[in-house]
Design a binder for this molecule. Structure first.
Ligand SMILES: [Zn+2]
Length: 692
């Protein structure tokens, strides 16, 4: 089952997970305790002079000036597809989480939470048992597919298999979303899916590399069919059929850029109307098998996709559908299966498509499975170790300073009318700040976890989450919920919740560094907070009102002026080359680029305001203003494999690292002043873009 958020804007990387919590975790801790536990992570300073290369002119290439030392000293590890300061911190987290899990696995007299995460981890680490079980781990699913009698009977089978599908590969996805017109309620939702390649564009682009990708994907499918026992001839025939079926679905799918338009995703209808869109799919049997709470209205994000699904049901034979499901069930579960499956998964997705050289060691994979599937259980111990009440208080203070700066900026805007300003301020003041971890942890007590059944644990945890999402239909929205786990090194703004979410994982050095002066902290974490706040007012977020409803609050005139300003950003980034001959997609990345620019402007304003009565001293040969900007740039010191850059350019709403830095400073006179850059130099835009 796909757990899709209507529109969710993740900020930095795409490490997707799940979280929640009881506020008792932090009480009664003493300062000394917090100091020791924070030492659970290695210390990396938020401004690292050795990461710079001062021989480079900052006015020519500020990203290289700030990060060339880091890039040289930090080649991409063989099991990674990219490597940066965020990834480094996440990797440090994995080491810490491993210790927590090993302890939970071995401890006597465990509490309920330690039993779940400890036994899950231990069952995953028992590689010999996983290998002995082999493909039998998914035998129940394969048997159900084999028993399919007709294309008409496919709907209840799809419902059952989708409950175990975290990748959205099984034909389509369904679940719950916040009602776009009433953000207090959850409604039923149907979305596109059904593809094994990373995006529909992988099927529709006709350049040589895309053609090669498709040929290699067919070979991957052949290998998976062989592992399922098919002869080479049959495996080839089946792979070709699945490719043809996916091609038809891909062509009818919405593009990532289209999906940034919330109105293109809103098609509310009755279930009878949905049944009319795709009459060949037995929706009654589908809902009966899925058992969601009763509902009147379902949102169908991609009506054209659903129509194509109907056409495919007519044109493809039963055998082809069985093979389609066989392949995808194996593909979805491959990473949890025996080595033969998981290695093939690695070879195609991580090595061929993304450029990794080695598979991650098993312990890393197991730690991440726990984080993804029981994240709010594991997160409790993590938070106890790394996130003291003092840290929560100091980061919340920066959030408040940045919000104050945003209020000031809105009032200062010379292009916006007082009417729209008033609405913008109402929206700003309604934003919920969620810092560190949820107030109420998710309760996993109903998830059965045993030490000797990894396949069963995976199934139970995934179905638990799918059921939890489904059961939200018709219920009020829980505003305390988080979409990522506490150890996640990332942050997001959700326009329907109108909240910003900063997990404990992203509030650690080298990103937020309590030992460091304000300047780099504001440049880095202050900028990230400003980035998330600005998402509330980017080209997408600005279409939602203070309550999170899809409702226009702009005057026509102001709307026009806003679009002129965002077009400046679109044009600027569209000129950049992501990799080889692939340009940055200015429309896909527009919201992130607007947020990067707005975030840094706000952070600078807030930092200046906080220190207005203080005389700041130079340090490490850098003025305070220079430290602010180097701190900013160093959040994203990174190396990426070209394969990964290609995938990100097609699918990811964020620009490549160097443009997330250089693309911002070229628009900031404060930067040019700090480094005495002159007009005509590369880091000085002739036409300055400024939105917020
Ligand atoms: Zn963002």
């Amino acid at each position: 089952m796909e757990n899709r958020f209507f529109v969710l804007q993740r900020c930095v990387l795409s490490l997707v997970v799940l979280v929640s919590s009881v506020a008792t975790a932090q009480t009664g801790k003493e300062a000394g305790d917090a100091e020791r536990s924070a030492a659970g992570l290695p210390y990396r300073p938020s401004l690292d002079v050795s990461a710079m290369d001062k021989s480079i002119d900052p006015c020519v290439d500020f990203y290289q000036y700030s990060c060339a030392g880091w890039k040289k000293a930090n080649p991409i590890p063989p099991d990674k597809t990219s490597w940066g300061r965020y990834a480094q911190l996440y990797e440090d987290n994995l080491v810490l989480l491993r210790t927590i899990l090993e302890h939970a696995a071995a401890a006597k007299n465990r509490d309920a939470v330690d039993q779940k995460i400890g036994d899950y981890y231990a069952s995953c680490m028992d590689e010999a048992a996983v290998n002995r079980k082999g493909v039998r781990a998914i035998q129940p699913e394969l048997d159900a597919i084999a028993a399919l009698k007709s294309v008409h009977d496919l709907a209840p089978l799809a419902a059952r298999l989708q409950m175990e599908d975290v990748r959205g590969e099984l034909l389509f996805g369904s679940g719950s979303i916040q009602d776009p017109d009433n953000s207090e309620m959850q409604i039923a939702n149907v979305d596109q899916g059904g593809l094994g390649l990373p995006d529909r564009d992988y099927y529709t682009r006709d350049d040589a590399k895309s053609q090669e990708n498709r040929e290699r994907y067919v070979l991957h499918m052949q290998k998976v069919f062989s592992l399922l026992g098919d002869s080479p001839e049959l495996a080839k025939k089946n792979a070709d059929a699945v490719m043809r079926m996916e091609m038809a679905l891909a062509k009818a799918s919405q593009t990532v850029t289209e999906r940034r338009d919330p109105y293109k995703l809103k098609h509310k209808m009755t279930s009878a109307e949905l049944a009319k869109l795709a009459p060949r799919f037995d929706w009654d049997a589908y809902w009966k098998a899925l058992k969601p709470p009763a509902f009147q209205i379902v949102n169908v994000m991609p009506p054209d996709f659903v129509k194509q699904m109907n056409a495919s049901l007519a044109s493809e034979q039963l055998e082809n559908w069985k093979n389609y499901f066989r392949f995808h069930v194996a593909n979805i579960h491959a990473e949890y299966l025996s080595d033969d499956f998981s290695k093939e998964q690695f070879e195609f997705y991580q090595k061929y498509l993304r450029g990794a050289q080695e598979q991650q060691p098993r312990w890393k994979r197991c730690v991440q499975f726990v984080d993804h599937q029981l994240g709010e259980a594991l997160g409790q111990a993590y938070v106890r170790q790394v996130f003291s009440p003092e840290l929560k208080a100091s980061t919340l203070k920066i959030v408040e300073e940045i919000e104050k700066a945003m209020e000031l900026r809105i009032n200062q805007l010379d292009w916006m009318s007082p009417t729209t300003k008033q609405q913008a301020l109402i929206k700003l003041h309604s934003i919920r700040n969620k810092i560190g971890y949820p107030d109420k942890w998710r309760d996993y007590s109903s998830v059965e976890i045993t030490v000797d059944n990894f396949a069963g644990n995976v199934r139970n945890a995934i179905v638990f989450e799918a059921r939890r999402q489904l059961n939200k239909i018709g219920k009020p929205v829980d505003h305390g919920e988080w979409d990522i786990t506490p150890p996640t090194v990332d942050a997001y703004y959700n326009p329907q919740m109108n909240d910003i979410n900063f997990p404990a994982g992203v509030l650690q050095p080298p990103l937020y560094d309590a030992k460091m002066d304000d300047a780099p902290n504001y440049g880095d974490t202050g900028g990230t907070i400003g980035h998330e706040l600005t998402h509330a007012f980017d080209d997408e977020g600005s279409q939602f009102d203070a309550k999170g409803n899809l409702k226009n609050w702009w005057t026509e005139e102001d709307q026009k002026k806003f679009e002129e300003r965002t077009k400046c950003v679109d044009d600027q980034y569209s000129q950049y080359i992501a990799v080889d001959d692939i340009h940055v997609n200015g429309k896909l990345t527009l919201g992130e680029n607007v947020a990067d620019l707005g975030g840094e402007i706000l952070a600078y304003l807030a930092w200046k305001d906080v220190n207005k009565d203080r005389q700041l001293e130079p340090k490490d040969g850098l003025t305070p203003e220079q430290r602010f900007f180097v701190g900013f740039a160093q959040w994203d010191c990174a190396n990426d494999r070209p394969e990964m850059l290609r995938e990100l350019a097609i699918t990811n709403p964020h620009s490549p690292a160097k443009y997330r830095i250089n693309g911002v400073v070229v628009n900031m006179p404060e930067f040019q002043e700090a480094f005495s850059c002159k007009a005509g130099q590369p880091m000085v835009n002739a036409k300055v873009c400024k939105v917020w």
